[in-house]
Design a protein around this ligand. Structure first.
Ligand SMILES: Nc1ncnc2c1ncn2[C@@H]1O[C@H](COP(=O)(O)OP(=O)(O)OP(=O)(O)O)[C@@H](O)[C@H]1O
Length: 263
């Protein structure tokens, strides 16, 4: 078996940012500065084998996106290291790397280049990418005028057409309408079945269950659980053991379940 991702004792701290009073700025309260940092990730370690499909779960603010940024190389750890093998593609933040003044068409070329595709490669895949994004005549409009869903469509369309070894998807289901979500999940299933390592962040237990064979739960910046998806869902109490969900919550869960079963 080939190792695809190694995350070795990774720590990342951020500073609490708040507006200071003029007095605080002028007196430069350095003692407060040191204690104003917190660890978004604290000694995180795990390994992923090529072809594994990992669900990355955890409550809001637990460090998932920060970890994905390290794996994709857009952020470096303060301590520890992250090693990856091969080309990485995926959608980390909606609209990241897009230029608002340029059209969707131009942004496809720019985004594809950033993900390592040559102009010839993009030329040959352009129709498929545009077809997947399916933003109609908006393709030739500046993306600054796109809706958040249209942004996501364009970004995801490029990402899924890159030949890669590791595919990263952060909250694909958070934006986009239902037909597009279904299309994304279907495409991700194909990616997974082709032996590409997949790292999938989601709060939806149903889609992680459908898509992944292992789940890592981040709990306030540390690995709280690493194992089978059922265990992760239990760890997070997403299995309904806790409080009774209200009617709206149940409806959302059912919609997720239905969507996951569609693919
Ligand atoms: N650039 C930054 N500067 C300061 N704090 C940050 C920065 N990026 C993230 N954080 C903080 O680090 C913590 C972890 O954030 P992160 O986005 O990784 O969480 P998450 O698990 O992806 O959350 P969610 O489920 O809400 O998307 C949060 O408290 C967040 O406010």
């Amino acid at each position: 078996m080939t190792t695809s991702i190694v995350v070795d004792n990774v720590t990342k701290s951020f500073r609490y940012q708040y507006h200071r009073t003029l007095k605080q700025v002028l007196t430069k309260k350095t003692d407060a500065d040191a204690s104003d940092r917190f660890r978004a990730l604290d000694g995180v370690s795990f390994e992923v084998q090529q072809g594994e499909s990992i669900g990355l779960m955890g409550l809001n603010g637990s460090g998932k996106s920060t970890l994905l940024k390290m794996v994709s190389g857009v952020m470096t750890p303060d301590e520890g290291q992250v090693l990856t093998r091969g080309r990485i593609s995926g959608l980390i933040a909606t609209g990241a790397g897009f230029h608002s003044e340029l059209s969707g068409r131009d942004n496809i070329y720019m985004n594809a280049a950033m993900l390592g595709m040559t102009k010839e490669e993009t030329d040959s895949k352009f129709d498929d990418i545009a077809g997947f994004a399916d933003v109609g005549r908006q393709l030739d409009m500046p993306v600054g005028n796109y809706s958040s869903g249209q942004f996501a469509r364009l970004g995801f369309a490029v990402a899924v057409h890159v030949d890669c070894d590791i595919f990263i998807a952060d909250e694909v289901l958070a934006v986009g309408d239902r037909p597009f979500k279904r299309k994304c999940l279907k495409r991700m299933k194909e990616i997974r079945e082709s032996g590409i390592t997949m790292f999938y962040v989601s709060h939806s237990a149903a889609s992680v269950k459908k898509m992944c064979d292992r789940a890592i739960v981040l709990d306030k910046g540390v690995v709280g659980f690493d194992g089978d998806v059922e265990g992760a869902i239990k760890y997070l109490h997403y299995d309904g053991d806790d409080d009774e969900p209200d009617a709206e919550e149940s409806e959302v869960d059912e919609r997720d379940e239905e969507l996951a079963n569609d693919i």
